[in-house]
Design a protein around this ligand. Sequence first.
Ligand code: GDP
Ligand code: MG
Length: 233
Amino acid sequence: MTHLDLAVSQEITCKIVIIGDSGVGKTSVIRRFANNEFSFDVATTLGQDFRSRLLKVGSNTCRLQMWDTAGAERFRSISSVYFRGVNGAIIAYDITNNNSFNNVKEWMGNFDQLVDAGVPKLLIGNKCDLKTERKIEKAEGEKLAKASNMLFGETSAKDNINIEHVFMKLVENMIDMENNNTRMTQKRNSAGERRPKPTFSETDATTVKPQNEERNVDVTQDNSTENTKKKCC
Ligand SMILES: Nc1nc2c(ncn2[C@@H]2O[C@H](COP(=O)(O)OP(=O)(O)O)[C@@H](O)[C@H]2O)c(=O)[nH]1
Ligand SMILES: [Mg+2]
């Protein structure tokens, strides 16, 4: 884990993963948010890859790395490396596909086995542009999310509906969570207890965003698509 010198750089890196059945639109959602692009012909490359986008958060810069399963979910063979150091997760289903909704619980179970319970999760019902083909009512998604303590939103990667909003909600939650952890850690430290490992990768998140600062966040597009052999620090 690398700690940045904040005098030199104010940038932190946060990692989110997206999971869910094949075909629900995971890759499309990431591409829409990272590069504002969409295609019906999404080429599948096996392995993991991620895209990133720079977000201006308060006076700091967050490089949001969005890791894609890149097809591995078809074989239920997502490596645990995918979840390492994760700060937030998106679990996706397709509102026109009952199976993809029924499988959400299984995806959540997989995630919870590998990742700290406190990591914020967002449930999305994607393809909400397909109104006449809808099988899952919005209220069902909301209910499941509430019962599982997840954020929720319906999205369309195709028509760019709600994508920006749900990602920002997740990032805000990740930052809140980290600020709370840091405050608890500071209390524990002053009581002489051992400091737990920080969730955010490159520096303490207190530097990310002062609590109560205005939330909505300026966004700077960063069009880099990167290959994942690189370790997410
Ligand atoms: N109508 C519609 N199609 C979508 C949407 N998102 C993805 N798709 C299409 O659904 C198919 C599967 O998308 P993909 O991103 O590969 O899903 P993944 O397997 O979960 O990564 C592709 O043909 C996409 O173009 C959406 O919001 N609306
Ligand atoms: Mg995909």
